[in-house]
Structures are given as structure tokens and as C-alpha cells.
Design a protein around this ligand. Structure first.
Ligand SMILES: Cc1ncc(COP(=O)(O)O)c(C=O)c1O
Length: 478
């Protein structure tokens, strides 16, 4: 690359990467308008991607990165790929997995974080962001009823937060774990969750080096909640056989059916056996915001650690998980490291000394701004609204002869059609092919069901109708 620098001058900055302020503002303004128009179209249009994959591959192949391209057409091209190439969480007829339509304060947060790009590894480089994140974590810990002084950090995902829980459990179970790994233990390690737990736990077992067989899947009762008696028996049996139990993870809002494990009984079993008690409230944790619903999570205050994902029911942008624990010294022990080049070394404060990540984005700003803008009551209303929407789906489907097979008090329904319908996967295939609404097939207590979850904060009556009609249309045409 040629530069026009004379010996006394430095080369000019690369204008394509660092345009001047006027050009930046012009493109920003244009982008804001284009984005709004595209997301509005996405909210009204098909939920499913409509792009032609072969065309995308051809267009991608033309990006050889040899010839620079103008930014504005590049952005227009990118917006088109997003508009036509994703399942639209922004569409209020997406009754989907726990992925939300992102709230607006969180989108503002992303923009601010992108502009300043603070390094959240250390309080030395980002004193204000680190303090803001710690404040939000403290507020959520308090809301959950954890002891004063509980802390934690934002994570990229619920999986990272759950992984952090297992690392903490192993670290507390034997102080030699940090140095010797699982060789520190007198026998094979085991940890426990229900058959309905989120399957990333298998990957976590793999990553942590305890092996996938260390995860004991405990049977569930007829409602899909962890069977506490079976849990106690599994721990007793394992210990008798020389296995070392380290953690119980109860789920508060199972991925498939929104069920809440018996949190208090699980806590008592964990105490009795001296193992770490984790509550995976990745989605269901948002119920803490509602005065009416927070009692459903009674027992969460007994946890040694909690996972809550703001990028689920709190509807922030992704990924914005949280790991919260009263045992901050265990966290610091698990992630201690010395690095003299870092601008600060505060064991109780610095994220790089307390989390899996080193370089970190300012993720917590999303929840800080959303929570500050809506307040607990605003979030409570958001959560309760989802329940009102799911209740309407229930009423409409049951009136048409469908049955509901889960009894979640959260915003997930698992449903089955009346006799005469095609197989469930065919019903959902037709629903998605029609592209007017989105739902999924999953397995609940061993059988396939259609899973419907309210994830969009603005789903309205006509969106419920589109879903119900889309599902019911398959009837009689098998
Ligand atoms: C209960 C539960 N825990 C953990 C996770 C994993 O969260 P993430 O997708 O943020 O890694 C999920 C994802 O849906 C979940 O439902």
C-alpha cells in the first residue's frame, strides 16, 4: 500500500476505517433510518428467512477483499442479508426459543459501547463501566434475596455463567483443583441436574475436564420438575461408590417447558451433601421483577450461584448473561492470575480476575439502561404481559380441541393437536413454510410436543390469531 508521507510526516489515517466526523454523522443518520425501515418491514413480513442461499454464496464469493468498496452500499447489502437471511426475533409472531425482540435501551447501549469500546477487563482501564456493571449485578442479587455483599459479573451467555458455576464448585470442593485439576479428587467427579436441563451442560462438563459422563441426569416428576427424592438417592449412591459429587443445578424455567425445579428441596439436599447449589434461571429469572410472580422462585435465595440471562426475558440484545454468587472469594480463587501489564489488580473488583473472559465488552450497560428506564415495575409488567399473551394462546388453542401438556406458570406452552392432525413436525413444517408465525417442536417428559413461548414484548391479539390459525390449519389435511 502506498502512502503520501514525506519523511517529516506520518502517513494519513486510513479513511475507509476512520472517516472524518462529517462523513461519520452522515452515514450514521442514513443507517439509523435504513435500520428502522428494515426492522419495521421485518416485523410485518415473513418470520422465516427468504434469502436464496446460492445467491448469497455467489455474492460472498465476490468479496475477495482485494478491491475496497464504498461503505454505504456495503451497509445496504448487509442490511438486506439481515432482513432476508434470519428468523426475525423482531417479528411479534415469533413464538420462539428464548430469544427476544431486543428492547430499545439495550440497543442504545450497544451503540454507546461500540463508540467508546471500553475494555471491561479491568477497573483501571474502565472505572465507570466496571462500577455500573457491579451495581446492576448487586441489584439483581438483592432482588433474588442473596446475602448482602453478593456479586458476580456479566457473561457472554448463560452457558458461560453455568460453566463458571461448575468451575467454582470444583474449586471449592478441593482447593487443589486449581493446581492439579480433577486429579485432586479421590474419585470421579459428578454433578447433577434434571433430564430437562439445558444440554449445554454436557459441553460444560467436557470443557471443565470432568467428562460428559460426570453429568447425572435426574428423573423428573410428571410435571417435568426434578424429582428431589431421585436426586438425593443419586448423590447417596454415588458417594457410596467413591464418586465425588460437586454441584447440583436446579433449573428455574426449563428450556422445553418453563418448569421450575423444587428449589428449596434441592437446596436442602445440596447442603446435606456439602455440594455447591446452583440455580439456572437463565430465562425464568426475569420473574423476579414481578411482585406477582417472584414467589415462584422461592428458594433461589439459598443458591451458591445463579445464572440469569438478560438476553432472554429481560429482552436485551445478545449476549448478556449474568453469574451471581455470594461466594466472591471462591470466584476470585477460581480466576486468579497475575499480569503486571494490567492497569489494576483488584481481586475483588477486576473482571479479568473473576471471570472466564479477559477482554470484555461493556455488556452490562444493556441491562443497566433497560432496568433504569423501565424500573422493576416496568419489567414486571413486561413479564406479566407475556403471561397474558400465553394465556390467550392457551384459550384459543384449547377452544379448538388442542391440549396443553405442561403446567408452567411462566410464558411457555407445550401443546398437542386433537386427533386427525398430521405428525407434529409436519404441522410445524407447514407453519414455518407459511412464514406467518414461528413455533418449535421439542421433547417434554419423553414425548414430542409443540412448544410456544412468548418472546416479543409487543405480540398482540392478531399475532396470536396468526399463530393459532397457522397451527390449526394443518388439521384435517393429513
Ligand atoms: C435454562 C437455560 N439455561 C441455559 C441456557 C443457555 O443460555 P445461552 O444460550 O445464553 O448460552 C438456556 C438457553 O436457552 C436455557 O434455557
Amino acid at each position: 500500500m502506498t502512502t503520501n508521507a514525506s519523511p517529516a510526516e506520518l502517513p494519513s489515517p486510513v479513511a475507509a476505517l476512520f472517516p472524518d466526523a462529517r462523513e461519520t454523522l452522515r452515514v450514521e443518520d442514513w443507517l439509523t433510518r435504513e435500520l428502522m425501515a428494515a426492522t419495521e418491514r421485518a416485523a410485518r413480513g415473513p418470520v422465516m428467512p427468504t434469502l436464496e442461499p446460492a445467491l448469497l454464496q455467489r455474492e460472498l464469493a465476490a468479496f475477495d477483499f482485494e478491491t475496497p468498496r464504498a461503505l454505504e452500499p456495503l451497509l445496504a447489502w448487509t442490511l438486506a442479508q439481515l432482513e432476508h437471511g434470519v428468523v426475525h426475533l423482531n417479528n411479534p409472531r415469533y413464538f420462539g426459543l428464548f430469544n427476544p425482540a431486543p428492547n430499545f435501551p439495550a440497543q442504545c447501549a450497544d451503540r454507546i459501547a461500540g463508540a467508546f469500546n471500553p475494555q471491561l477487563a479491568s477497573s483501571g482501564s474502565s472505572p465507570a463501566p466496571v462500577a455500573i456493571e457491579a451495581h446492576v449485578i448487586g441489584a439483581i442479587a438483592q432482588r433474588a434475596g442473596l446475602p448482602n455483599g453478593a456479586g458476580g459479573h456479566f457473561t457472554t451467555s448463560g452457558s458461560e455463567a453455568n460453566c463458571t458455576a461448575l468451575i467454582c464448585a470444583l474449586t471449592r470442593a478441593d482447593p487443589r483443583f486449581g493446581t492439579h485439576g480433577v486429579r485432586a479428587f479421590s474419585g470421579p467427579v459428578a454433578f447433577y441436574s434434571s433430564r430437562e436441563c439445558q444440554p449445554a451442560w454436557f459441553k460444560i462438563a467436557h470443557q471443565c475436564g470432568v467428562g460428559r459422563t460426570a453429568l447425572r441426569l435426574i428423573d423428573v416428576d410428571a410435571h417435568g420438575r426434578m424429582d428431589a427424592d431421585a436426586l438425593a438417592e443419586a448423590l447417596t449412591r454415588d458417594r457410596r461408590e467413591g464418586v465425588v459429587p460437586v454441584l447440583i443445578s436446579a433449573t428455574a424455567g426449563t428450556t422445553g417447558a418453563g418448569m421450575i425445579d423444587p428449589l428449596q428441596r434441592c437446596a436442602a439436599i445440596a447442603r446435606e451433601h456439602g455440594v455447591w447449589y446452583h440455580v439456572d434461571a437463565a430465562w425464568g429469572g426475569a420473574a423476579l421483577c414481578s411482585q406477582r410472580l417472584r414467589g415462584l422462585l422461592a428458594g433461589i435465595e439459598l443458591a451458591d450461584s445463579i445464572t440469569i440471562d438478560a438476553h432472554k426475558w429481560f429482552a436485551t440484545t445478545m449476549g448478556c448473561g449474568m453469574f451471581i454468587t455470594p461466594h466472591r472469594t471462591v470466584l476470585s480463587e477460581a480466576f486468579r492470575v497475575s499480569a503486571d501489564f494490567m492497569p489494576s489488580t483488584l481481586a475483588s473488583v477486576d473482571p479479568y480476575l473473576n471471570s472466564v473472559q479477559w477482554s470484555r465488552r461493556f455488556m452490562g450497560l444493556r441491562l443497566f439502561l433497560s432496568l433504569a428506564a423501565a424500573g422493576w415495575d416496568g419489567y414486571g409488567a413486561h413479564v406479566e404481559r407475556a403471561l397474558a399473551v400465553i394465556e390467550r394462546v392457551r384459550e384459543r388453542l384449547t377452544a379448538l380441541g388442542w391440549s396443553v401438556v405442561n403446567d408452567s406458570q411462566l410464558a411457555v406452552l407445550c401443546v398437542l393437536p386433537p386427533p386427525g392432525f398430521p405428525p407434529l413436525r409436519e404441522i410445524v413444517r407447514r407453519l414455518l413454510a407459511g412464514a406467518r408465525a414461528w413455533a418449535a417442536v421439542t421433547t417434554f417428559t419423553g414425548r414430542e410436543v409443540i412448544r410456544i413461548c412468548v418472546t416479543h414484548g409487543q405480540s398482540a391479539r392478531e399475532d396470536v390469531e396468526a399463530l393459532v390459525e397457522g397451527l390449526n390449519a394443518a388439521g384435517g389435511t393429513s
